[in-house]
Design a protein around this ligand. Structure first.
Ligand code: FAD
Ligand code: SIN
Length: 556
């Protein structure tokens, strides 16, 4: 505990709800709406504006076997599963994946019934495109390349008045969740929260659902918005839950490159541009993907990002810093209609993608692993749930198939609402709601360490890792974790996020060091091949206060 913050541990206010949902992206909003519709009092906590998660930035679409007459006939959930398993490089939990993909179409239909509008043709059939690793056109989209914004809009509208008489969840925007609070038996009893006024509050609840999204800001450059600081992983670890597969951090190969110093959130150039015919080329104009994989530019994402990284390393004069996406073969009118978000991002950078190749480079994009849950979002801590990108259900394995995450957020958000509801009923039966809560010190680390840690993660824990680089970065992360904010500084979001990033980095680095092979998104230059004996998920949990890999567990 940081001594200066001892006073801050005494809560300034207390509130009560049946269920607290942390995060207002696709997973959190779906869960909150369903739990409220079931009659529960729900408090939704979001550390920024409610729409400021990855969801609203999602471009390509939702991978789903829609099953109407526009389907080419060859598609099926079994085929979607096969593509998911192949992309996942040996670590997909096939039973979990099959159940999520099977429930996908109905979850999307409910979203449409709640008002989400996907792009259709004049006869009303939904349009679909293809993305990396898919063998069928099964990605539906909205607003061309603004799918996430439409999903976020529809879910927020549902929450604010579309719950058919059920009480609306109370939304606490600009409030940072600090820690899951347990009772003396180890069961969840609530959540501590830091408000914009600097006061700490405690919300008592029988169930806490972490829907905190990704971890992109472990790295210097990411497609993720600034909120993606792995807070949910850190909170789950501190509460005693396990992470799994966190070494598999997916880099997107086509992130707009605007100069060597690009950092923070970087604009994405959706994979769907390749689905419509664009190809990756290097600085000499030579194509990158033919000969690398039978699906060439539409190979699974880990394969494309690695191929681009390798081509850049072979660039004349050393390591090149960007490649190009040549979309000039797509007619201008089609490009502008289909990709308004990409068009705008390119225009802001002075690029006309219909006339010149778009400069691109890989950047951190998606966390394939996360808080280990069962098929209903339950973690190993009673009363604690995790859904969406923060969670690891087994759907993604070592590399997520494109556009499977929005679908997972919808399906798992619904399931977790039901499971959390059951947890509330059980808590009421056992009168646990008035239990004593164990207050924990607020997490905080010196924000001055954040940029250096992100730079080290980019240099040593991105695409291409080795034992020495991982160990050096782990040592740095330990220092950042142990460096308290300077005396007198008030507890703030930056300090909490830095502490969470340091814990999460140590978890990733421990898992990456333990995996002495290359598989999916995890590329070891000192162990370049996959090792069949390591085709198992690994867990990370806190041991003596630091993230460690206790064992390799088959079937997690
Ligand atoms: P998010 O939408 O990220 O929401 C997380 C929420 O948690 C936010 O509200 C945040 O403020 C809140 N939060 C975090 N920490 C705290 C805390 N400590 N206290 C309080 N609140 C907190 N996937 C697809 O399937 N298809 C796509 O086309 C696609 N395109 C993408 C494009 C981009 C640019 C990006 C970044 C991602 C894309 N993805 C896509 C991935 C997908 O968007 C995300 O995985 C998904 O939206 C995550 O949803 P979520 O609900 O889990 O989290
Ligand atoms: C994209 O549109 O390229 C991103 C899709 C995804 O991350 O699933």
């Amino acid at each position: 505990m940081v001594p200066d913050q001892a006073a801050a541990l005494l809560p300034g206010w207390e509130a009560r709800a049946d269920i607290v949902v942390v995060g207002s992206g696709v997973a959190g909003l779906t869960c909150a709406a369903d739990a409220a519709a079931a009659g529960r009092s729900v408090l939704l906590v979001s550390k920024d504006a409610v729409d400021e998660g990855s969801t609203r930035w999602a471009q390509g679409g939702v991978a789903v076997v829609w099953g109407d007459r526009a389907d080419p006939g060859s598609d099926s959930v079994a085929a979607h599963l096969a593509d998911t398993v192949t992309a996942g490089a040996g670590l997909v939990d096939e039973a979990a994946a099959a159940s999520i993909l099977t429930d996908g179409p109905d979850a999307v239909r409910r979203l449409v019934a709640h008002g989400a509008r996907f792009d259709g043709d004049p006869s009303g059939l939904l349009l679909r495109t293809r993305e990396g690793g898919h063998h069928a056109d099964r990605v539906i989209h909205a607003g061309g390349d603004a799918t996430g914004a439409e999903i976020e809009r529809a879910l927020l509208a549902q929450l604010r008045g579309g719950l058919a008489g059920a009480p609306e969840p109370v939304v606490l925007a600009d409030h940072l969740a600090l820690d899951v609070l347990l009772d003396p038996t180890g069961r969840v009893g609530g959540l501590s929260v830091l408000g914009p006024d600097g006061r700490i509050g405690v919300v008592r609840a029988a169930a806490v659902v972490l829907a905190t999204g990704g971890a992109g800001h472990l790295f210097a450059a990411s497609t993720n918005p600034a909120v993606a600081t792995a807070d949910g992983w850190a909170m789950a670890l501190r509460a005693g839950a396990e992470l799994a597969d966190v070494e598999f951090l997916q880099f997107h190969p086509t992130v707009l490159w605007t100069g060597p110093d690009g950092s923070g959130r970087r604009p994405l150039v959706t994979e769907a541009v390749r689905g419509e015919g664009a190809v990756l080329i290097d600085a000499t104009g030579a194509r990158i993907m033919p000969g690398v994989h039978p699906l060439a530019d539409l190979a699974p994402r880990d394969v494309v990002s690695l191929a681009v990284t390798r081509r850049l390393a072979l660039a004349p004069g050393g390591v090149g810093d960007h490649a190009y996406l040549d979309a000039t073969g797509i007619p201008a009118a089609t490009f502008h209609r289909r990709f308004p978000t990409v068009t705008a991002a390119c225009a802001a950078a002075g690029i006309d993608p219909t006339r010149q190749p778009i400069p691109v480079a890989p950047a951190a994009h998606y966390a394939c692993g996360g808080v280990r849950t069962d098929r209903d979002g339950r973690t190993s801590v009673p009363g604690l749930f995790a859904v969406g990108e923060v969670a690891r259900t087994g759907l993604h394995g070592a590399n997520r198939l494109a556009s499977n995450s929005l679908l997972e957020g919808l399906v798992m958000g619904e399931r977790a609402a039901e499971a959390a509801n059951a947890a509330v009923v059980a808590a009421q039966r056992w009168s646990l709601q008035c239990a004593e809560l164990l207050l924990t010190p607020a997490p905080a680390a010196d924000p001055a360490g954040r940029a250096g840690l992100q730079a080290a993660m980019s240099a040593h824990a991105g695409i291409g890792r080795d034992a020495a680089g991982l160990a050096g970065t782990a040592a740095l992360a330990a220092v950042v974790a142990d460096t308290a904010p300077s005396s007198g500084r008030a507890l703030d979001r930056d300090a909490v996020e830095t502490a969470n990033l340091a814990v999460a980095a140590r978890a990733v680095l421990a898992a990456a060091a333990a995996r002495t092979e290359s598989r999916g998104c995890h590329v070891r230059t000192d162990h370049p091949e996959p090792d069949a004996a390591q085709a198992v998920s690994r867990t990370v949990r806190l041991i003596d206060g630091r993230p460690a890999v206790p064992t390799a567990l088959a079937g997690v």
